[in-house]
Design a protein around this ligand. Sequence first.
Ligand SMILES: *[C@@H]1O[C@H](CO)[C@@H](O)[C@H](O)[C@H]1NC(C)=O
Ligand SMILES: *[C@@H]1O[C@H](CO)[C@@H](O)[C@H](O)[C@H]1NC(C)=O
Ligand SMILES: *[C@@H]1O[C@H](CO)[C@@H](O)[C@H](O)[C@H]1NC(C)=O
Length: 220
Amino acid sequence: MMVPRVVILLCLIFLRYLPVLISAATITLDSIEIYKTHDWLPSKPAVYFLCKGENKTFLPDVKEKHVLYTFKGEESWQPLTELQDKKCKRCGFYEEDTLKDDVFDEWEFCASDFTKPDGKYIHLKDKELNATFLCPECVPFGNASHHSSTSQNSSGGMHWALIVVISTVVSTVLITGLVTAFKYWQKRKRQQEQARFLKLFEEDDDIEDELGVGPLSGVV
Ligand SMILES: *[C@@H]1O[C@H](CO)[C@@H](O)[C@H](O)[C@H]1NC(C)=O
Ligand SMILES: *[C@@H]1O[C@H](CO)[C@@H](O)[C@H](O)[C@H]1NC(C)=O
Ligand SMILES: *[C@@H]1O[C@H](CO)[C@@H](O)[C@H](O)[C@H]1NC(C)=O
């Protein structure tokens, strides 16, 4: 009875992580230009990106305002974060300061923002910054939320895939369970029959002993 329990456990783990595997998409920073710095002193700004509950990502190259910095997406600090279908994150660009960090901009960052076919999303804040993010994997999500007719097809397709996977897993578990239960039942039945068979002999012996007419006593 060990095997089915392990199978069920594996299936539960698989199902728990399946939605994450399907819908998490990595976001990289494609370019950024800052229009101002918040420090009063003429020092170089320490600009970082942060999503609530995650770690700061410093942009070590971004030091000058009105300079467009472009990235390949392979820099040591990339990717910036991950976004899930249907779940936005509160993220922003900040400038580190000794007392309280300054905010370039903070907003709800959603996978559905990536509506353009090239997978780019430009976040622009007047007098603060212009940042371009790249997420080719997000484009189907973006299209889905803006065109309801295509969304039915794509999300419907995903649901069908999920249903097929779940039914496969459930039937596998069910069949394994049934086969094991049947084998167990067969074994029990055989054991019971053997026990009854042996008991029959014992009872015969008992009766013969009591009557004193067993095969041995008869001979003696
Ligand atoms: C944040 O940084 C800490 C320490 O550097 C690390 O242990 C942790 O895994 C990081 N968390 C994320 C979400 O990257
Ligand atoms: C998303 O929509 C745009 C325009 O509506 C279209 O050009 C593009 O091919 C679509 N992308 C996907 C992945 O469906
Ligand atoms: C913001 O940056 C993008 C990418 O460099 C550029 O195409 C766009 O024109 C910029 N927007 C403004 C308002 O400067």
